[in-house]
Design a protein around this ligand. Structure first.
Ligand code: C2O
Ligand code: CU
Ligand code: CU
Length: 478
């Protein structure tokens, strides 16, 4: 397989605590498979963007230039920031224009990302390449004794799935099933390379894994079932490291893990099939039946994501794991100011098809499909709310909220039985998976930023669901 590629690191132009980034959204050409050239989109490159890196306490400013010939936006996923800096569908950048947001980084060290959020076109624009990782450091993260050497032992891992046409171009939404499922590709890319091999330089690696896929949910594990340690979720460090053998990551979610290669054996990171429901562990690349699978099973194929070659004969490097990492913030004990319910809905069968054919929106949240002119909720700045997200539909949906990092309180199934909170759900989060029949309760803090006109989004992070209406808007008001 091809060599793993570390995305270029962009730490901006720094003057004291002010850091400026120039970013260009542009067309590109990329070779993914054989000799074929794929027309792609990128940020300062042909496909995807650089890994941005800044520190808590910095003021970051950007000049984001749209060199494309269509409207786009750039959203800072995971960031707590004023609504007009968020880069959602209301902050459109027209071709030739430059958008200049600026905000203070007020949140803890975390692995975040940025991506297009163009109204009705987020799925296609992200699929073609408008996305990248954005790392925040802080005093805790830099002094925790964890790997922090970018590209050496601190490795970005952006996982995405894509499908291709015969001529090498991306295949996007070619089949009717891509609507209800979201766009599931048959080829796995890591940082834009098909199932690459990373030649590790260190025995202890920190992988910052981002599920940047449009719709695919992964259950990641090593082929030899070696244990690894989860140290961080979407919004930063967990209260304590969690040893596990697998993690589930839905689109939009991140996890930082520590992998130990001191046994000298190669480690293959793979998607684990859920055997109880599907006895087939055939490789995905040859398994074109994958697309025909039922909606409940589509994410449960087995396939490799990347290979890590252990370094030869190096001295054993031990990581001292901090026993406590980040205490969950005080606001977890604040009684919620308000409780809100969100029901994730999708039409099924003929009704779904009729809605698609008529250009309607077959997806909604609590009866409302995304409407740019409707304010679905008004929250109070500087408050904590309880949100209950339920999913009576036939598919799991990752629910994402802008301008916050929340705590997952609990999860229950339709008969009221409580279900597990996973390792990656024990820290601060901005995206949480709500499976069929489940209700997940989250405690959502909103910062001091207020604006009664400019909107934040909440939505399903399956981008085709978002584009087809499974999204709503809220203001945060004084
Ligand atoms: Cu990553 Cu509103 O999105
Ligand atoms: Cu977001
Ligand atoms: Cu969805």
């Amino acid at each position: 397989s091809r060599n793993f590629v570390i995305p270029p690191l962009n730490t901006g132009k720094r003057e004291g605590k002010h850091v400026h980034f120039d970013l260009n959204m542009q067309f590109g050409d990329t070779n993914f498979i054989g000799n074929a050239t794929t027309p792609t989109l990128g940020i300062d490159g042909d496909f995807l963007g650089p890994v941005l890196r800044a520190q808590r306490g910095d003021t970051v400013s950007f000049a984001v230039k749209n060199k494309l010939d269509f409207n786009t936006t750039l959203h800072w996923h995971g960031f707590i920031l004023p609504a007009d800096m968020d880069g959602g569908p209301h902050q459109e950048i027209k071709p030739g224009e430059t958008w200049q947001p600026e905000f203070n980084i007020i949140q803890p060290a975390s692995t975040n990302w940025y991506h297009s959020h163009q109204h009705n076109q987020t799925g296609e624009q992200v699929y073609r390449g408008l996305a990248g990782m954005f790392i925040v450091d802080d005093e805790v993260s830099l002094n925790a004794g964890l790997p922090t050497d970018y590209g050496v032992d601190d490795i970005p891992v952006v996982i995405q799935d894509r499908s291709f046409q015969k001529d090498g171009s991306f295949r996007y939404m070619g089949s009717m099933m891509d609507r209800p499922h979201g766009m599931i590709g048959n080829t796995i890319l890591v940082n834009g390379i098909v199932t690459p091999t990373l030649k590790a330089q260190k025995q202890a690696l920190r992988l910052r894994i981002l599920n940047g896929s449009n719709a695919r949910i992964y259950d990641l594990a090593f082929h030899d079932a070696r244990p690894f340690v989860v140290i961080a979720a979407d919004g930063g460090f967990l209260p304590a490291p969690e040893k596990t053998q697998s993690i589930r990551l839905a689109p939009g979610e991140r996890a930082e893990i520590l992998v130990d290669l001191s046994d000298g054996r190669d480690a293959i990171l793979a998607n684990r099939p859920i055997k109880a429901q599907r006895g087939n562990s055939g490789g995905m690349m040859g398994n074109m039946g994958g697309r025909m699978m039922g909606m409940m099973e589509q994410d449960q194929e087995a396939f490799n994501v990347m290979r890590i070659q252990a370094p030869a004969n190096t001295k054993q490097t031990q990581i001292q794991l901090p026993s406590r990492m980040l205490a969950l913030p005080d606001w977890q004990n604040t009684p919620p100011a308000t409780t809100r319910q969100f029901e994730l809905q999708m039409q099924m069968g003929p009704r779904m098809m009729r809605a698609i054919m008529s250009g309607g929106k077959p997806f909604s949240i609590s009866g409302a499909s995304m409407d740019m002119s409707v304010v679905n909720h008004r929250v109070k700045a500087n408050s904590v709310e309880l949100w209950e997200i339920s999913n009576p539909s036939m598919r799991a949906h990752p629910f994402h909220v802008h301008n916050t990092q929340f705590i997952v309180l609990d999860r229950s199934s339709s008969n009221g039985q409580s279900k597990a909170i996973t390792a990656t759900e024990k820290g601060l989060k901005d995206t949480v998976l709500v499976s069929q029949g489940e209700t997940v309760r989250i405690l959502v803090p909103f910062p001091e930023y207020s604006n009664s006109e400019i909107l934040y989004m909440y939505h399903c992070h399956i981008l085709e669901h978002e584009d087809a209406g499974m999204m709503g808007q809220f203001t945060a008001e004084a």
